[in-house]
Design a protein around this ligand. Structure first.
Ligand SMILES: C[S@@+](CC[C@H](N)C(=O)[O-])C[C@H]1O[C@@H](n2cnc3c(N)ncnc32)[C@H](O)[C@@H]1O
Length: 252
């Protein structure tokens, strides 16, 4: 089905898709990769819908204040919470009520007190200016209808000298218009992705002088919402997307 260009409708499409993902994860009490284990056995590794590992590149230290954009079931929030310890804190922001409920249930199971999940959009963050040391995000910004605004918001909430560490999908070549407008492919983190140069330009334009690429690998979508990608779509998508992790600093 064709995706609307209205930003509100894009949010609705994404909320619906990830509400459904959260319901499926909840019904087995854990992530899609762990349905054989018990709900009590939840671990950070079971909860991801990720395309990288921003926490591994973040060099977090005890006492840091961290924000995760589009925190989903909470995987990266929980990994970060262990590293920043009791003197630090981690806030996850997500707009999908079912994901927030799942993340809060997971937090309870893990017994982490230095974690908070807030409802909101990453285009209008529910945080004060200059209030966090590190902003992370994992496979989310491609889903935003206004990516430049997301980077401006990340810049606003970071303290001077703070860092942005983001794993995300970028395109290596333009997609055919039919695929670019495909709702399923948008929710699957492909159709909304920017070309790599446009992504890096949006980061720079938000005020981060020199974004660095820390990891870079081909990203192959083999299925969209459970259906295998075949035929012309498979051809057009071959080599079209990459998963990158970037580091950018807010000047002091
Ligand atoms: C692909 S999942 C990634 C979740 C998590 N970062 C992870 O790696 O497991 C995308 C998440 O971002 C959230 N999301 C997408 N667009 C958003 C937006 N504009 N504002 C807030 N949350 C958003 C969705 O609700 C969903 O939970």
């Amino acid at each position: 089905m064709r995706k609307s260009t209205d930003p509100k409708k894009t949010h609705e499409l994404v909320r619906k898709a990830y509400g459904e993902v959260a319901r499926k994860q909840s019904s087995c009490g854990c992530g899609p990769s762990c349905c054989g284990s018990t709900p009590q056995a939840v671990s950070e590794g079971d909860l991801g819908l990720s395309c990288g590992d921003p926490v591994a590149f973040s060099q977090l230290k005890p006492g840091d204040a961290v924000l995760d954009l589009g925190s989903g079931a909470g995987k990266d929030v929980f990994l970060a919470a262990r590293q920043v310890g009791a003197s630090g804190r981690v806030i996850g922001v997500d707009m999908t009520p079912e994901m927030l409920a799942l993340a809060r249930r997971n937090q309870e199971k893990l017994g982490l007190g230095n974690v908070e999940f807030r409802k909101g959009t990453i285009e209008e963050l529910p945080l004060e200016d200059a209030s966090v040391d590190i902003v992370i995000s994992n496979c989310v910004i491609n889903l935003s209808p206004d990516k430049p605004k997301v980077f401006r918001e990340a810049f606003r909430v970071l303290r001077p000298g703070g860092r942005l560490v983001v794993s995300d999908i970028v395109l290596q070549k333009p997609l055919p218009p039919k695929l670019k407008a495909d709702q399923g492919l948008y929710a699957a983190c492909i159709a909304g992705a920017l070309l790599r140069k446009d992504y890096l330009r949006a980061v720079r334009d938000a005020g981060f002088p020199e974004p660095e690429i820390l990891s870079d690998r081909l990203y192959q979508a083999s299925s969209v919402q459970g259906d295998p990608v075949t035929g012309d779509a498979a051809g057009a998508l071959a080599g079209a997307a990459a998963s990158i992790t970037i580091l950018a600093r807010k000047p002091r």
